[in-house]
Design a protein around this ligand. Sequence first.
Ligand code: TYD
Ligand code: MG
Length: 462
Amino acid sequence: MAAKVRSRFVCQNCGSSYAQWLGQCTQCKEWNTLVEEIVDRVEEKRGAPASVKSRNPKPIAISEIPAQDGPRIPLSDGELSRVLGGGLVPGSMVLLGGEPGIGKSTLLLQTALRNPHLKTLYVSGEESEHQVKMRAERLEATRPNGRTNEGNGCFVLTETNTQNIFKHIEALQPGLVVIDSVQTLHTAVLDASPGSVGQVRECTAELMRFAKTTGIPMVLIGHITKDGFIAGPKVLEHMVDCVLQFEGDRDHAYRLLRPLKNRFGSTNELGIYEMQGSGLAEVEDPSQVLLGRREERPSGVVVAATMEGMRPLLIEVQALVSSAVYGTPQRSSTGFDLRRLNMLLAVMEKRCGFRLGQKDVFLNLAGGFRVEEPAIDLAVVCAVLSSNADIAVPMDACFAGEVGLTGEIRPVTRTEQRIAEAAKLGFARIFVPKGTKGIAPVKGIQVVQVGQVNEVLGHLFG
Ligand code: TYD
Ligand code: MG
């Protein structure tokens, strides 16, 4: 075991340092801001293996630096590859964050199992070898093609001490290391308990140096605290190369993999998975799955042409409007911002003359998705008005447009992509904001440009 190094407690708010931990910083009076940090940074005592020579960088003219994007390690999982920007970059460090139970371990274990060309060390501090094995069996047993010996490149290690983990990595020489999870790790150079800010940060720093010097890519799993931060300290996000967030509604099968930061690719990508009995299945054509096969759409159900990152996504918006039974009308919304719904209701009331003030309004997006994009507004308005009048919106129509406070329909991004997706799925009409420029005609679909909510109503309900 490495010798203890000197450490001190530093206030994360004002930077004052103390010899021992205190609940409150006596300088700035903030509570719970003291974090243990190492004072003397002796490289050898820390995680980096002695065999790794430190590089000695010299200034180099930018024109002399080779421009090529280094080689990437391809992964069998198309969604994960794409979200990473086209495969794993050697020596990179990826942080996968998400709420407990969302499927982080499942995603990475199945990646380890299904890429036999990539020797993977799966370090688990949360589950025993047996538990990991059981999960692997579940993932493999139920696969449609029933391939069995795919897990040959996957090694499991139940260890939480970073120095020991490095020894095993040096001996095994894997092509990928997965750490499940960063909150269980501890380094011998700090006394703090695993999961504390100081430990999580120091362990990540050690792993980062190890990844950079050996060229072995690492994926860290990090739990998200209630306020949405990965592992509490935001600082982790600055250290790693790539932060992926795994999200979704646990009661629904769909999961979204969103890059929050990516030094090697775009953060506009989005991966969509469906949680099945055999693990996470890639959803290649999400619109198709989300719209389902309907013979007819009842009143209050409208299709919105939205964008999730760079991908067009057609999604069903469902509204139910009914007379309020109790005094105060209820407004509830799933997957769409409630304040925005209230604003749209006010616009419909004031600009279009609909009496919605005494009505209960419920809104729901299919599949447990959350859409933040304003282009869904028009579909929300149409769904509410369709339910209110109890008249179904024609099956062949879909909508994209932001609705402003005067009932005007405002331009949205990437209209062409939305139109193309709608045409692909067999829609005959798409309503887009008036004044959208440069729309090339697409075969089979009529593009209707509308400037005001009232105009749309004229088209739909006559
Ligand atoms: P898990 O990967 O353990 O979540 P995390 O590591 O993010 O905490 O995933 C947990 C859920 O996924 C669990 O409730 C069971 C479910 N699951 C399936 O539905 N199918 C499967 O094949 C597997 C392995 C898990
Ligand atoms: Mg887990």
